[in-house]
Design a protein. Structure first.
Length: 138
């Protein structure tokens, strides 16, 4: 629980400080707002893809907390892996769906000619997916 609290505190501090979503806009404010990027406006997958990735990333907080807790307490056996398997499978499934939807969107919108364009966001989703795959398939 302490590790999860530290993770939550970190992201809360990040939101309140440097990544404040309510920061004042300097200059002329458009009446309707700046609007979405043109690439993000016409595809329904953009509304579905981010929540699935979010659920996958947030879901991996529990296995991460168990891993750090086992390292801190010195209980590095495999028993904790069986305890977190449901959380890991849940997070991995949502991350898988999010990656598939994102690759489908990029294939339709950007026409990269493949399912993976090595966009930094896709790389950020691939690394936890590969790690979670190892936990889920043990």
């Amino acid at each position: 629980m302490v590790v999860i609290f530290i993770v939550a505190t970190f992201f809360f501090a990040l939101m309140v400080g440097p990544a404040d979503p309510f920061a004042a806009t300097i200059g002329r404010i458009p009446i309707d707002g700046a609007g979405a990027n043109a690439l993000l406006q016409d595809n329904t997958l953009v509304a579905i893809h981010p929540p699935f990735l979010y659920l996958g990333f947030v879901g991996f907080t529990v296995p991460y907390a168990f891993a750090i807790g086992s390292l801190i307490t010195g209980r590095v056996g495999e028993q904790w892996l069986t305890q977190i398997r449901r959380f890991a499978v849940f997070a991995w499934a949502f991350l898988t769906i999010g990656i598939v939807l994102g690759s489908w969107w990029s294939y339709q919108t950007l026409g990269w000619g493949g399912f993976w364009g090595w966009d930094p966001v896709e790389n950020a989703a691939l690394l936890p997916w590969l790690t979670g795959r190892r936990i889920c398939t043990r």
